[in-house]
Each structure stands twice: as C-alpha cells, then as structure tokens.
Design a protein around this ligand. Structure first.
Ligand code: SME
Length: 170
C-alpha cells in the first residue's frame, strides 16, 4: 500500500470541504490508475463524503447502450439506451444535467422510487463520451452549481488518468 493511500485513510472526514474531497479523489486515482478500482473507489468516496446522497455510480458505453458500472447504493438498472433517462440524455448532449425534481424530467428512469433529485455528469475524453457519473438524492433540489463544478473536475480526473476506454465499446 502506498504512503499516499495511507495518508488518505488517516485524514479526518469533512463532508462539506469540496476541495479536500477532490484532492482525496485525485490521490486515490493516482495511487493506482486501473479504471475499475479507480471508478469503484471514486463512487465509494463520493457516497461516503457527500451529504444527503442515496446513490453514486457510473454508466459506461458498451455498443449502443450505457451499462451499469461501479456504484454505491441500491441495486440499479443495468442498461440505459443512449438518449433515454437523465443519464442517456446527459451522455447524448455531452453536458451535465441537474434535475431538482425527477418527477419534472420527462423520461426519468426511476431505479429507486425514493429518489427526488439527481445530477449526471458526462465522462468526456476529447471528442469521445465514455459514460456518465450519476448521483441521486432523496431530497429535492439537492445538487448545486458548486457540486457540478466539483463533479466535472472528478470526471476530468478520471478520463485523464484512467483508461476507461479499455471497457468502452463503440
Ligand atoms: N435516474 C437515472 C437512471 C439511473 S438510476 O438513477 C441509478 C436516469 O433517469 O437516467
């Protein structure tokens, strides 16, 4: 185990410190940048540190659909077609979508009936879109512009440092 990883384990938890969370995710990713453990640990750290989130995970492109990747939370749907739901729409538009109230989003896919709001961030690598990072909350209007900025940096860290494309099929 690397010194950097031990440092991270010993650091005090501060769920409101976005900069610290981002820094810790960067340490995790750079400690060992295989795509699968990096995505798994990123999902775990976001789930542990972000207040009031009920599900954190990834959907990755495989052929013509997004397939469930590493996640924390309840069992979720395995396949989402491109253009469908919040995930498929974010993937298609290549932009982050914040949904303050999932009941107001036409075509929202309800994996968890208690989910009330959601943010989906695309994983962009140059011209390619590799998948999305999806986070749900059981509170309405949970996600802010600050969350968007932080999570877009997380997505960039992942796409720049991990070969997610080893999984992705076009
Ligand atoms: N709500 C998402 C589906 C994935 S679950 O939230 C884990 C959507 O509409 O794409």
């Amino acid at each position: 185990m690397s010194t950097k990883f031990q440092d991270l384990k010993n650091s005090p938890l501060d769920i409101n410190d976005r900069d610290r969370l981002l820094n810790d995710i960067e340490i995790l990713i750079k400690a060992d940048n295989y795509w699968l453990p990096s995505l798994a640990n990123t999902a775990a750290l976001l789930y542990e540190r972000m207040p009031d989130v009920s599900w954190v995970g990834f959907y990755l492109l495989k052929g013509t659909a997004l397939i469930l990747g590493p996640f924390q939370g309840k069992v979720a749907c395995v396949r989402i077609d491109i253009g469908k739901g919040v995930c498929g729409t974010s993937f298609l538009k290549r932009e982050t979508i914040i949904v303050p109230d999932v009941n107001e989003f036409p075509g929202h896919i309800a994996c968890d009936p208690y989910s009330k709001s959601e943010i989906v961030v695309p994983l962009l690598k140059g011209e390619r879109t590799l998948g999305v990072l999806d986070i749900d909350s059981t509170s309405k209007s949970r996600f802010t512009g600050s969350d968007k900025l932080m999570l877009e940096k997380v997505a960039e860290l992942l796409t720049c440092n991990c070969k997610i494309e080893d999984f992705v099929d076009y």
